[in-house]
Design a protein around this ligand. Structure first.
Ligand SMILES: Nc1ncnc2c1ncn2[C@@H]1O[C@H](COP(=O)(O)OP(=O)(O)OP(=O)(O)O)[C@@H](O)[C@H]1O
Ligand SMILES: [Mg+2]
Length: 266
């Protein structure tokens, strides 16, 4: 995860994003460098509007950079990334599909799975059920999205993001719309999944406790145009528990990051 690691799994070099034309457009990112090692869990925090979601769209190939280069798994990103799974603030489940069929969706889209899905549907359904069990939703496989609570939908969204075993999981404020108890419960669910499968995770969040609880390293971005101004290693042992978040070292780190962001907002 170091800034000099040439072997990094996700590598951004001098990236700019300008929305609109170069002269009068909005510059969302400027000279952004980021290196994320394979299998690591990193978080990106920073003031609202600094370019975090833009960064996420860029890494997943949904928008191109205006300058600079992005590589994932040593390949330049020049279109939507198939090896990525994504979950955002508001889960976008298809309302006419039940939980199980929503989770199966990536397999119908991602090449390599599509053909196999027809022949081996049962095998994949078993996998979907296993994921649902990990997030405590096994009994809701046949429920429609409107029958689920916000937290349940977010769990389904997490399962869907993981169904095709992505090497890279991109999470943009995935728990922001949830109540504190559900959010904290899902930190545990996500941590467990990550410890088992060790996919690479980039998490964007405004919740500093969430960032510290989950990640190995935190990047703080400046206000717009965003670039990474601070890298902070989170040294606490895994698995982390909720009670860890109230220990003095943890609280001190929350405060330190909070102060950095306050300065950036000025
Ligand atoms: N499609 C777009 N067209 C024009 N401007 C955009 C577009 N998307 C984002 N922006 C601008 O780029 C800047 C960065 O937006 P972005 O959504 O990346 O910020 P963010 O850090 O995710 O903010 P938040 O924390 O509020 O989610 C903002 O000034 C925003 O207005
Ligand atoms: Mg955003």
């Amino acid at each position: 995860m170091s800034a000099t690691n040439e072997q990094a799994f996700v590598k951004l070099k001098n990236v700019d994003i300008i929305y609109g034309d170069n002269a009068s457009g909005v510059k969302a990112l400027e000279g952004t460098n980021l290196h994320v090692e394979k299998g690591s869990f990193i978080a990106v925090v920073g003031p609202s509007g600094c370019g975090k979601s833009s960064l996420m769209r860029l890494v997943t190939g949904l928008i191109p950079p205006s300058a600079g280069t992005i590589k994932v798994a040593n390949k330049p990103v020049n279109g939507p990334l198939k090896i990525a799974g994504m979950a955002f603030q508001n889960p976008t489940l298809l309302p006419w599909r039940n939980t199980l069929d929503n989770i199966m969706l990536p397999l119908e889209i991602v090449d390599g799975y599509r053909k196999d899905l027809k022949r081996n549907r049962l095998k994949y359904e078993e996998k979907a059920y296993a994921l649902l069990e990990t997030v405590g939703l096994k009994d809701f496989a046949m429920s429609a999205p409107h029958e689920l609570s916000g937290g349940m939908k977010q769990r389904v969204s997490l399962c869907r993001a993981l169904m095709h075993e992505p090497e890279l999981l991109m999470l943009d404020e995935p728990f922001a719309a949830l109540d504190a108890f559900t959010r904290e419960e899902l930190w545990g669910v996500l941590q467990k999944l990550w410890m088992e499968k060790r996919f690479t995770v980039i998490l964007v969040t405004h919740d500093l406790r969430e960032a510290i609880y989950l990640s190995q390293k935190i990047y703080v971005m400046s206000s717009r145009p965003g670039k990474i101004v601070i890298e902070k290693n989170v040294e606490f042992d895994f698995p982390r528990s909720l009670s860890d978040t109230y220990k003095p070292d943890f609280v001190a780190l929350v405060e330190e990051l909070r102060n950095h962001i306050s300065l950036e907002r000025q």
